[in-house]
Design a protein around this ligand. Structure first.
Ligand SMILES: Cc1cc2nc3c(=O)[nH]c(=O)nc-3n(C[C@H](O)[C@H](O)[C@H](O)COP(=O)(O)O)c2cc1C
Length: 318
């Protein structure tokens, strides 16, 4: 009885947030690449109650990814060199999208490519199912093979051109997932907005390397290293969100990196994010997104507010 009462009280708290031109039921989203290609997290909670499922980055072609081992545990989270394996957009539409539609999830599709044309083709393949999608998230943390392997997301002009071309090919709102591995992230973010993006996602993993214990060889299947994520990057990505919010006030930001709890999520929201994504924490416990949503709802209520919006307005004014 007491539990039911508590649940009812919690249900009256409004966690909704405004992103991608629509109201999402919660600011908690999955982070691309950390919970499969589709509805895998549905085994642990109701996907229609989270902000959105952001699916693993898709190319217009199927991709095998990197050799194993692809992930390693580090003291501050994890490192991965998964290498963007995936079925390609067309097979994803047939094999994974139907479950997400059936479960009434908001679906954000992350796209990647090796050339500008790759990105455009991936997005063009999504146009026929655009009415089932919430947004496109452009993963620009990929080497541009036409420019000697420099990351797209480290070049403001290239980022702007990709986003512009995507916005001309597809009616969906566009988020750009920034790379944190450049001191030009504000310039890249500005360029993304100029190109037609409405949302900045900050940020992707941090370049890193881990060796096998007592050895001089990489602990990952690729000798070039991988991307570090998890609790240790929270202050780093939080700083990026803070800088973006200061330089580009009013712009929609999604904070991502090292969120394990409601207070981690609130840190991003206080620094100006409208939503947050959870990745590594869900590897350690796939219920994390649903636990953090519940914890956030309880926190809002404990602070005497009836909505997350009210809580944020009050705290930001203090
Ligand atoms: C195993 C793994 C795979 C990932 N794959 C992708 C991906 O396909 N596309 C992408 O944009 N980010 C990818 N990321 C980055 C995450 O979406 C997220 O930005 C990053 O892990 C930081 O958040 P976290 O600390 O909550 O994990 C991946 C991260 C991990 C750990």
């Amino acid at each position: 009885m007491r539990r039911r009462w508590r649940e009812q009280q919690n249900d009256s708290v409004d966690l909704s947030t405004w992103l991608y031109g629509r109201r999402l039921p919660s600011p908690i989203m999955s982070a691309s690449g950390t919970s499969g290609h589709g509805a895998e997290l549905a085994a642990f909670g109701d996907l229609s109650l989270i902000g959105a499922v952001v699916v693993k980055s898709l190319a217009h072609f199927p991709n095998e990814g990197n050799p194993a081992p692809r992930v390693g545990v580090v003291r501050t989270g994890m490192i991965n060199s998964v290498g963007l394996p995936g079925p390609g957009v067309k097979r994803w539409i047939d094999d994974y999208l139907p479950d997400l539609i059936r479960l009434d999830a908001n679906v954000v599709v992350s796209v990647w490519g090796r050339t500008r044309a790759d990105y455009i083709t991936a997005v063009e393949q999504l146009v026929p199912v655009a009415s089932h999608l919430t947004a496109i998230e452009v993963n620009v943390s990929c080497p541009n093979t036409e420019k000697g392997g420099e990351m797209f997301g480290h070049d403001p002009l290239e980022t702007k051109e990709i986003v512009r071309a995507i916005s001309q090919s597809c009616p969906l709102p566009i988020g750009v997932k920034l790379s944190p591995n450049t001191d030009r992230y504000v310039k890249v973010a500005e360029a993304a907005l100029e190109g037609g993006a409405c949302t900045l996602v900050a940020s992707n993993t941090y370049l890193g390397q881990v060796l096998r214990k007592g050895s001089n060889t990489s602990a990952l299947g690729t000798s070039s290293g991988g991307g570090v994520s998890g609790i240790g990057i929270l202050p780093l990505s939080l700083r990026i969100v803070k800088d973006l919010n200061k330089a580009l006030p009013g712009c929609d930001i999604v904070g991502v990196g090292g969120v394990y709890s409601a207070s981690d999520a609130l840190a991003y929201l206080y620094e100006g994010a409208s939503a947050i994504q959870i990745g590594t924490a869900a590897f350690f416990d796939p219920r994390t997104l649903f636990k953090v949503s519940k914890e956030l709802r309880e926190t809002v209520r404990e602070q005497g507010a009836t909505s997350l919006g009210d809580l944020l307005t009050t705290k930001r004014e203090l």
